[in-house]
Design a binder for this molecule. Structure first.
Ligand code: FES
Length: 153
């Protein structure tokens, strides 16, 4: 299910992007993820407690599918024996060699300055806005009672 906005605008890197409706909000529950293809790009959408984030589904190291990885948190301790996990589920660990990426930013932990996964803007929008525009229904029946997730790509 992909619905696309006809108008194009410039993205973060100056390229033309458009908005593509990829799922209903209820299709990707908290803690879940889903791979969608937008403009021939595989993008994995993550739901972190109701916030949606999109990363290119390709590890910058050797191109493994990040959607096959494990979501993990960040362990901290003020003193020995007081370890606790924060930001639980907000990092994706590559299934091949274990490099980890922050789902919110795409940054790696091994080399945050230079290694990152391409991030896509993902937002939720009520169906009533889709009906009014600027989106155009192509193959999807849009209900004004539901919320949808769109990706800018
Ligand atoms: S392919 Fe992802 S860490 Fe190697």
């Amino acid at each position: 299910m992909v619905q696309s906005e006809r108008r194009l605008k410039r993205g973060r890197q100056g390229e033309f992007v458009s908005k593509h409706v990829v799922a209903r909000v209820e299709d990707i529950g908290p803690g879940e993820r889903r791979v969608v293809t937008v403009r021939n790009r595989p993008i994995v959408i993550f739901n972190l407690d109701g916030e949606f984030f999109g990363l290119l589904n390709r590890c910058p190291h050797q191109a493994a599918s990040l959607s096959q990885g494990i979501q993990a948190g960040f362990a901290i301790a003020e003193v020995p024996g007081t370890e606790r996990c924060i930001r639980r589920g907000e990092f994706i660990r590559c299934p091949w060699h274990g490099w980890e990426y922050d789902i919110r930013t795409g940054q790696s932990w091994c080399d945050p300055e230079s290694i990152l996964v391409r991030r896509f803007k993902v937002e939720r929008v009520p169906g009533s806005e889709l009906v009014k525009g600027p989106f155009v229904a192509e193959t999807v029946e849009v209900s004004t009672d539901e919320e949808y997730i769109y990706v800018e790509a």
